[in-house]
Write a protein that binds this ligand. Sequence first.
Ligand SMILES: [Zn+2]
Length: 442
Amino acid sequence: MASQKCDLIIYGSSILTQDNNRSQISNGAIAVTGNKISDVGTKADIDLRWNSPKTLDAGNSILMPGMINSHTHVPMTLMRGVADDLPLLTWLHDYIFPIESGLSKDLVELGSQLGCAEMIAGGTTAFLDGYMYEEAVGKAVDESGIKAVLGEGFFEFPSPFFKTAKQAWETIEELHEHFFSHDRITTSVTPHAVFTTTPDQLIESMELAEKLNVLWQIHCAESRAETELTLKKFSKKPIEILRDNGLLTPRTRIHHCVDVTEQEIELISSNKTMISHNPQSNLKLGSGICPLTKLISADITVGLGTDGAASNNDLNMFEEMRTASLLQKGILQDPTAIPAQIALDLATVNGALFLGLTDTGTLKPGMRADITAIDMDKLHLKPVYNPLSHIVYSATAQDVKLTICDGKILYENGKHFSCDVETISHEAEKAVKWALNRLKKQ
Ligand SMILES: [Zn+2]
């Protein structure tokens, strides 16, 4: 049988396909044509079935789907480490808000370039964002070669960014039109939280999400403090506000869900609403611990996110997988809670569902070629009994040796091909002075 032609064949010592059977392949290969995977199998089978003008031998490495960050504010990389170890409201009002209210489109773009470069180097190929000036975020995403669902955030009107609801809706629609035919970028409707908006705004914004047929994402039930604020303002809990206004829907994406009751979990499940789990951000901000095991038992699709780099302080999905698993084992005093396979599912298959992407998160024919390779020639990854175990319990973002998104090699052996990391790093250091000046002026 004559072999077929493809554009690229990638070899690795093992493959975690994340297909329906969660198959692992030893001495594997992936054939890529254009931006899609044509075939996945053993090296011997792929060499027999395919020929390619280009091959890439990732050597002793694990090939797996590019990871999907279900919740971040990518421009916040510029505020990484500006203030830590503070009560949430002090942190927000004395540091984050004064800096954010002076942000320009250029700075948002710079922070996004930095975040995209960091995610690519850490094996992440898609993320769900929420911030201001999302068109500038989209520009950085477009140039870096990564994928994103953008979300132009809004608070109660007037805000520093939108005087009226009309202005916000127009900006969201323009953003949607701007990226409508983009291959790697979609958009969402992104109210900040129930306590920073009004129920009417939430309802109107959901109507907009329905009209545009996009996701509707919101921070909700992030902490006990948020619940108390919401109770004080509306005499209802955050999830009750979503329920009473018809906002728990299959297009709704809730970030955090730390302070929820069993009845609320049932409600979220029966409405097929999805949840993003952000363990390191929840821990660092002292928000509490999300009942991840209960969410999964209730059949809720849960994605995994880093949240912004100001509250994490990185965009490292390996750390999130490990923390998600260890946290549940610890609080439940149950070492069987969130096993490695579930942790990897959160970061891949579930992440794709969370972002509304049907063609990524899995390595199988017909899916987009979003692939990362982890270098197994590291001391902390020796010896190998089970590649899956190392990915969740031993590997770090620095072990990523290759990242491919939509069939394009974006990163290999420490080198970026789509991001000018020298300029980005230099400009990011310059932004420190700008940010500190803003804090001095207040
Ligand atoms: Zn957030």
